[in-house]
Ligand binder design. Structure first.
Ligand code: ZN
Length: 151
């Protein structure tokens, strides 16, 4: 069954690869040890960026994820953000199951961006065990992102 890309835009909702039921996954199980609530099939880890839609979702993901989380802070008006977006997606696909890639729109979640002291965008911050480990800013390739974030 072909995955519906749009469903990945809903944060932490993982479609079942077997029956395509949408499972809301606690961040603590985002490494896909979770099973589908409908058919019990094992879920696949997210291979596309998760769009964070609330401060609570951001905090849960950073705090509870068993995997490192790379967060792209971006905005629609930011041209370099549009350049880096496909690279962020490539990173999410290449590192599925080892890194969770998420996106925070700094226009819709300015409090999150403020608390993380985001001064320019795009800025990509890597969190490990709830703590910032690395950050990089500016447009770059997926390979440069991985290198800059020490992934
Ligand atoms: Zn299922």
């Amino acid at each position: 069954m072909r995955m519906n890309a749009a469903s990945h835009r809903i944060p932490m909702i993982i479609p079942c690869p077997s029956c395509s039921a949408k499972n809301r996954i606690p961040a603590a199980r985002i490494d896909a040890r979770a099973h589908c609530g409908e058919c019990k099939a094992r879920l696949s880890p997210p291979d596309r960026p998760l769009s964070i839609s609330s401060t609570a979702d951001f905090e849960e993901l950073i705090r509870d994820s068993p995997l490192p989380v790379a967060v792209d802070f971006w905005a629609a008006w930011c041209a370099p953000c549009r350049v880096v977006a496909p690279q962020i997606e490539a990173l999410a696909t290449a590192r599925a199951g080892t890194v969770v890639v998420a996106k925070v729109d700094t226009e819709t979640l300015p409090d999150v961006a403020g608390r993380q002291a985001i001064r320019s965008i795009p800025t990509i911050v890597l969190f490990r065990n709830g703590v910032e480990a690395k950050r990089v800013s500016g447009a770059m390739s997926a390979a440069q992102l991985a290198e800059g974030l020490a992934l």
